[in-house]
Every structure is written in C-alpha cells, then in structure tokens.
Design a protein around this ligand. Structure first.
Ligand code: PMP
Length: 449
C-alpha cells in the first residue's frame, strides 16, 4: 500500500503542512491531478471512478468539452468585470436562463454570488428585509454553508460552531422528518403529523409566528444523510408558510440541477418556493452561486446589501450556460432518474444480503446508504462505513461518508453504464469483504466528518 501511494502520500503530507485543517475533512491521502467525465487520476497515475462528483459540483462530469470550450472562448474575450457596477453580456444571458429553468411562473429576480454559503446568507437577508421579521427556522441535520449566516442555519457538525459563537441571532432548528427512524407502523402521514406537531409546539411555547421571517429547508437533505421527507410534510409546511406570511426558502445547492432525477429537489414536492439558492454544479464547480426568488422579495434590499466583486464572473457564467446546455442536450435529468432507479434496485438487493445495510435512500443518481450495526438496532456504524469506503478507495472507486455512517453516492450524471457497473461491483465486494472481516483501516487519522 505504502509504496503504491507514495507520491500521493508524500504530496498530501506536504499539503498538510501548508493548509489549515479547518478547510478539509480528511478521508485519504489523495492528490488529484486530472479528471475527465467520471474518471479521476491522481499523482501516482492511479485512476478512480468518482462517486462524489466533487461534492455534487460536477453534475455534467469533469472538464466537459462544451464547458471547457465556453470558458476558453469567454476567457479570451473578458475574464472579469464586476456586476457590482456593470453587467456583462454573458451574465445577462445566464440571468434570463435561470429565470426560465427555475420553478414558479410568477415574476422572479436573480442575484449572483460566489458560493452556496453566500447565497444562503442572502436568503436570510432578503427574508428579514421583505417580512420585517427576524426569526429564521431551519432544520437539524442541515448543511447550508460555512459563512456566519449559513453556518448558523446549519446543524450537522459541532465543529461548525465550536469556538466561533456567537452566531447570527434568532435562528432556530426543528427536527427533520426521517422515515428510517419512524415509530413502528407509523405511516408517512402520521410521521408528517408528528413532525409538524414539533413545529406547532415551538409556535405555542417560544416562537411567535408573527415574528417568523422564513423557513429554509433542503428539500432532500444532503450532508445530513440523504433524507427525503414525506411529500405531505413539505406541502403542509409550505402552505403553513403561505398562510402566515413566512418566506418558504429552499436550498438547491446540493440537490439541484438534475441530481435527484428531477431538475430541482423541490420538484419532487410539486412546489414553487418563494426563494431558492443554487450553487455547486451551477457552473460545473467554477465559483458561482445564484439566488432566485419572487420579485417583491428580491427587491426588498438596496445596494450594496448583497453584492460581491467577483460574483457573476463572466467565465463562470459562460461555464454555467454551457453546463445548463449539456444538462438539456444530454438529457441528464432523465438519465439521472432512470440510472438512479437502476442503482436503487441493485442496492436494495444488496441490502437483503447484508445485515449492516440499514437503509437505501437513492433519488436519481444520488443518495445515501446507511450503515448500521444491525437492521434490528439501526445503530449507526461509522467504523464499518469507513471500512467500506476505504476498500472502495483502494480498489479505484472514490466515495465518502456523510453523517458518520452514510455512504454518499453522487457520481457525475454523465457516468457511463460500464463505469457504473464497475463501481457497483467494487461496492458490493466491499460489503462482502466487510461481512467476512477482511477490511482493516490503515490510518491512525480519523476518517470523515
Ligand atoms: N447548501 C447545501 C445543501 C450544501 O450541500 C452546501 C455544500 N455542501 C452548501 C449549501 C454550501 O455551499 P458552498 O460550500 O459552495 O458554500
């Protein structure tokens, strides 16, 4: 092992002595140098099938030629001019496109940023400005980013607040509905009732409803463990917000852009949110985010309340337009849906064979496999999950975990059938080897979150 990974290990050690630890969750001593489609190559020339897609930031695959060419052309014309003062032609084209492809046939406005985090900060600002209210409700398990605002909205790691408090005031978290931990024989509808009753209880005891500015939710929770709430829950939550003048905001940073087998995560619930954040794959990993929302909400603030010098960068906008074109032309939303269903069935079959596969939650080419001590106890088994991904890594399949014990499955949506088959075969072998007690972790360092 040691000699095989020598170059990468050496380079990673060098990086560890340069880079501050707050900026990377450690998994492996992997140092990448090239990527194309769904295949990564490290500094030892070893190839991996990418089941992470750069944290869902490369839905159309790595260095897609259409994206590369669009960026190259734009770079030759103009690398940057700030939208803080003037528009660029390519940014205008992208604004129009985003208004067209996002849900809601009401009048909308768009605003660019650099990251998913700043887009979610923007949502907080707009919701407060528009409603004249302060309180924002978010959810346990949420990941909304790591700027002060978006970090306050998040609730999935103690390291996202430890030593940094106080955070932004007046943000509260509700439990996120999770069918895997439903009561025995509890239906989706009963579970929805129960989780809405937690909200009702909060409104009765410490959250005055007329002080609520927004509810922000990941329609399908990503880093929290790939959890899809019942449709009824989201719809009732949405209607409650509508009836009470509360902005209903969704975070599509992770689950948007075809990832779930629909264009947007919220499309699974037949709702057009008042405001949404988009990032990651929006420009194939180039730094670009967007907030899209109802005109009246988006016009509730004056400049420079939410502008960034490098937001809406023309090269990023060109990358984004090309990315959206590829999603359409290669029918990646449909591909994600169809191939995702195939993967779900395959994993459900594997679940029958291994007691440590507690739950399979696959929505499009996207989702989580929950690793537990046993189906009976449903007790999280982070060590087993780490062993599985380590076996995959050693055998050329790159996968990480979220929420400690959930395998994260998010390949680029362009993954070929044979790549997918190979990846599933390696994953199945990892399950078999784990069951036989054949996988040892070779690192003293903690793996994962
Ligand atoms: N929202 C969600 C749902 C995310 O998954 C992430 C990133 N994991 C973010 C926001 C933050 O995006 P960024 O890292 O680009 O700031």
């Amino acid at each position: 092992m040691e000699t095989y990974y020598s170059k990468a290990a050496e380079a990673a050690r060098k990086a560890d002595s340069c880079y501050a630890p707050a900026g990377q969750i450690h998994y492996y001593d992997l140092v990448l140098k090239e990527a194309s489609g769904s295949i990564l190559k490290d500094v030892d020339e070893k190839e991996y099938i990418d089941l992470l897609a750069s944290a869902s930031a490369t839905n159309v695959g790595h260095s897609h030629p259409t994206v590369v060419n669009a960026m190259y052309e734009q770079m030759q014309k103009m690398i940057h001019y700030t939208p803080a003062y003037f528009y660029s032609d390519v940014a205008i084209e992208l604004m129009e496109k985003l208004l067209e492809v996002t849900p809601g046939d009401f009048e909308k406005r768009v605003l660019f940023g650099n990251s998913g985090s700043d887009a979610n900060d923007g949502i907080m600002k707009f919701a407060r400005a528009y409603t004249g209210r302060q309180v924002i409700v978010s959810f346990n398990g949420a990941y909304h980013g790591s700027t002060y605002g978006s970090m306050t909205l998040s609730a999935c790691s103690l390291n996202m607040r430890r030593k940094m408090q106080p955070l932004v005031p007046n943000v509260y978290h509700l439990p996120f509905p999770n069918m895997y931990h439903s009561y025995p024989n509890e239906s989706e509808s009963e579970l929805s009732d129960r989780y809405l009753s937690y909200f009702a209880e909060a409104l009765k005891t410490y959250l005055p409803v007329d002080e609520l500015a927004a509810v922000i939710i990941e329609p399908i929770q990503g880093d929290g463990g790939f959890i899809k709430p019942p449709k009824e829950y989201i719809q009732r939550l949405y209607h409650f917000c509508q009836e009470n003048g509360i902005v209903f905001a969704v975070d599509e940073v992770n689950q948007g852009l075809g990832r779930t087998g629909k264009m947007w995560g919220i499309d699974h619930f037949d709702i057009a949110p008042d405001i949404m954040s988009i990032g990651k794959s929006l420009a194939s990993g180039m730094p670009l985010s967007a907030i899209v929302g109802r005109k009246e909400i988006m016009e509730s603030l004056d400049p420079p309340a939410h502008l960034f010098t490098t937001a809406g960068n023309p090269v990023c906008c060109a990358a984004s337009l090309a990315t959206l074109k590829v999603i359409e032309e290669e029918q990646l939303v449909e591909k994600s849906r169809v191939q995702g269903e195939y993967v779900r069935v395959r994993l459900e079959e594997m679940k029958e064979c291994f007691d440590f596969i507690g739950d399979v939650r696959i929505y499009g080419l996207n989702g989580g496999i929950e690793i537990v001590e046993s189906k009976m106890t449903k007790k999280a088994d982070g060590d087993a999950a780490s062993k599985i991904i380590t076996h995959c890594y050693r055998n050329g399949v790159l996968m990480i975990t979220v929420a400690g014990n959930v395998l994260r499955f998010q390949p680029p949506l362009v993954i070929t059938e044979s790549e997918l088959e190979n990846a599933l075969a390696v994953l199945e072998d990892a399950f078999t080897q784990l069951a036989s007690g054949n996988i040892e972790l070779d690192t003293e360092r903690k793996i994962g979150w």
